[in-house]
Design a protein around this ligand. Sequence first.
Ligand SMILES: [Zn+2]
Length: 268
Amino acid sequence: MNDVIIDFHAHAFPDALAARAISQLEHGGGVRAALDGRVSSLLASMDAAGIRTSVICSIATKPEQFDPILKWSQAIASPRIVPLPSIHPKDPDPVGQAHRVAEAGLRGIKLHPYYQDFDVDDEAIFPLYRALDQLGLFVVCHTGFDFAFSRQRKADPVRILRVLERIPSLRFITTHMGAWDDWDEVEKHLLGKPITMDVSLSVDLLGRERARAMLTAHPADRILFGSDSPWSGQGETLGLLRALDLGAEREQRLLGKNAEALLVGRTG
Ligand SMILES: [Zn+2]
């Protein structure tokens, strides 16, 4: 099998910050990283797992981090690394920043409702969604609960639906099988609908049967492989996914084909 494999959800940091970032996040979330957080380590992990491309999701925890993250994203962009910068919802000019992302030739952004303290359906964030939609940029958004935060419903399936009902063409990518550790709600509100979801940090928690049932009930063109590396091993996540026996067609779409279509972008 030489089909292309794309990890749509990974993290890495500038070399000078990686050690500190990883240890802070390990302590904040009570988790262990599988890698040291450097891009070179991610590339080595990709080589070992047969992954062609990884999407690196950065998170601006303050508006001022937009510029340095954008610069770093431009510096590391390559056929193997697709960096997503991050716009903070409290940025004085989020729409202008979306234009800067597009002008820099980058494909989308990452949002994180917990680290950036907003609800996904906040009225104040819709101008940014509309700009992303018009520019053809996608947004990878953390959805569901987060193990490092208390369980407020900031990005749950009902809120996600409210966003997509208003802007159905927005290329909004949910993470963690629709909403992390809120999978009853995912089954109730999102499953079977044209809503894109990555599968990061979910298959082992859901267990093989439930993960398989969800991934076969959802449209085959709306599922994406994501590992959330370094918070899980890329190779291990691939192993779990292959063991689901989704069938060759659905598995190919999940592991890379759907991601490739998203990265090619919207034309015309
Ligand atoms: Zn993540």
